[in-house]
Design a protein around this ligand. Sequence first.
Ligand code: AMP
Length: 120
Amino acid sequence: MTYDQDNIFAKILKGDIPCDKVFESEKTLAFNDISPAAPRHILVIPKGPYTDIVDFASNASQDEQADFWAAVTKIAQDEGLNEKGFRSIANTGEHGGQEVPHFHLHLLGGEPIGKMRSKD
Ligand code: AMP
């Protein structure tokens, strides 16, 4: 899939639209989901133009990948998600239900998150 330079997260990264920022490093940004599915719902995104987790894992540099996972770890600890646990989700492509074509990891917590999958 070709990266869409005008997707909503690309616009956030360009500063064209605001976000409720939780964390930022040189190569990674995290912000609260605009439509939270749990008491805590944070999205972690690389700043580089990667469409999904496969694109990111295949094509991002080692520095970008290390920065991303360091950010996930720091956010999980600093935001208290790691105390009682949380769920991380990377929706991917059509069957994965991905709506925004810029790789993002959902971090969901703050209460028991329930079953891993629903057929709804
Ligand atoms: P996905 O279905 O995995 O692509 O998830 C996209 C997520 O982006 C959804 O949970 C949306 O609520 C969230 N979202 C869409 N627009 C924004 C925005 N402007 N700021 C924060 N989160 C957003």
